[in-house]
Design a protein around this ligand. Structure first.
Ligand SMILES: NC(=O)c1ccc[n+]([C@@H]2O[C@H](COP(=O)([O-])OP(=O)(O)OC[C@H]3O[C@@H](n4cnc5c(N)ncnc54)[C@H](OP(=O)(O)O)[C@@H]3O)[C@@H](O)[C@H]2O)c1
Length: 331
């Protein structure tokens, strides 16, 4: 038997249920399915939408939400994994159209499953989770685009959220001068500076419609907000700079013009944690293991049990959650 948060029908909030896992997972995970004791999951913005029954994330019912799993293998039909292995899975459709991490047991396909790097404990791997993994994808995108610490300030929007918090600490760790844009400057300013932000700015001006080209300020940016914010960030990016779009906390629309691209050679690129190929996943997790300051990670992490996931889901959608929330599924 297993405990699981279950979304039973479209539009309904997920509920905590007892399930017969053998019967429930029958047919899941394909021919090479790997069975896991789930140790930890985490609550991401997407999980907030899924748990509360909002549209846009879940595409099958009944479904166990949770886009992150950190677990121990109990049975493997894949030659890549063996019982006892500690593993991590971010995205790959779990918590969307495949069963996810908000349960004590899981059965997953091995395609995007990775062995946990030795330097990272299971709880910290969940603290990194999809948000932290995506932050590293964004940092790698800036690096691959040639944005260096000498080029100038790098902006992080949605700064006090999960993606933003980890992005600040990773960028600062690489020597970038990071400016954090947040709606919680008073409440979270000290926190954001403790992660490595050189300056913290109020997010409001970025949320107001602005001119197609504005004063150049940013060598690069990591944006998890989207909408007007992303349009303004593009308009403020230096000649030749790069902006990585990671999210849509304010909306999926992008009311921009071609001006930043044709007059300043700005590059807009993206980070996609769900469909990241295996080689990129391995690169990102290796760099996370080598670079992420675990003390800072701990300082941005709150741990809850499965019972508290529903409440955290509402709060993350309301923009009230700071940093990362780990779910200790067994507690
Ligand atoms: N591309 C991918 O693969 C991928 C992976 C993970 C997440 N995402 C997306 O990235 C975004 C952030 O995810 P997360 O897990 O970090 O969420 P989160 O913890 O809720 O952080 C989002 C942050 O955005 C800011 N924000 C919220 N609502 C806003 C609004 N209406 N206008 C302006 N700013 C707002 C808040 O930061 P402040 O309080 O500091 O302003 C909030 O903490 C989500 O849209 C998520 O779906 C995408």
């Amino acid at each position: 038997m297993a405990r699981a948060m279950m979304a039973t029908e479209k539009g309904a909030a997920a509920r905590l249920l007892e399930i017969d896992d053998e019967e429930f997972f029958e047919g899941s995970g394909g021919d090479e399915a790997v069975d896991l004791d789930v140790l930890f999951s985490s609550v991401n913005f997407k999980d907030g939408l899924a748990i509360t029954g909002r549209p846009g994330v879940l595409r099958a019912w009944p479904l166990i939400p949770g886009i992150d799993i950190v677990g121990r293998v109990t049975r493997s039909r894949s030659s890549r994994f063996a019982p006892g292995d500690l593993v991590v899975l971010n995205g790959d459709g779990i918590g969307e159209n495949r069963h996810g991490g908000f349960a004590t047991k899981a059965r997953v396909r091995p395609d995007a499953l990775l062995h946990l790097p030795e330097a990272i404990s299971p709880e910290r791997a969940a603290a990194i989770g999809t948000a932290g993994f995506t932050s590293m994808l964004a940092v790698l995108a800036l690096q691959d685009a040639g944005v260096t610490p000498d080029d100038g300030e790098v902006l992080v929007t949605g700064a006090a959220g999960g993606v933003g918090s980890v992005a600040i600490s990773l960028l600062a760790g690489r020597g970038y001068t990071v400016v954090a844009s947040s709606g919680r400057v008073e409440a979270q300013g000290d926190y954001l500076r403790s992660l490595g932000a050189a300056r913290v700015v109020d997010r409001s001006p970025l949320g107001e419609p602005g001119k197609p080209l504005q004063t150049q300020q940013w060598a690069g940016a990591v944006d998890s907000v989207g909408s007007t914010t992303l349009a303004n960030v593009l308009a403020q990016t230096n000649y030749g700079g790069t902006v990585v779009a990671c999210g849509l906390a304010a909306g999926s629309e992008l009311p921009t013009t071609v001006m930043p691209f044709i007059l300043r050679g700005v590059t807009l690129t993206g980070a996609n944690s769900v469909e990241a190929p295996r080689a990129l996943r391995e690169r990102a997790w290796t760099d996370l293991a080598n670079e992420l300051d675990l003390g800072l990670l701990d300082s941005m992490t709150t741990t809850i049990g499965l019972d508290a996931v529903a409440d955290t889901a509402e709060r993350i959608l309301a923009g009230q959650v700071r940093g990362r929330t780990v779910v200790d599924v067994a507690s």
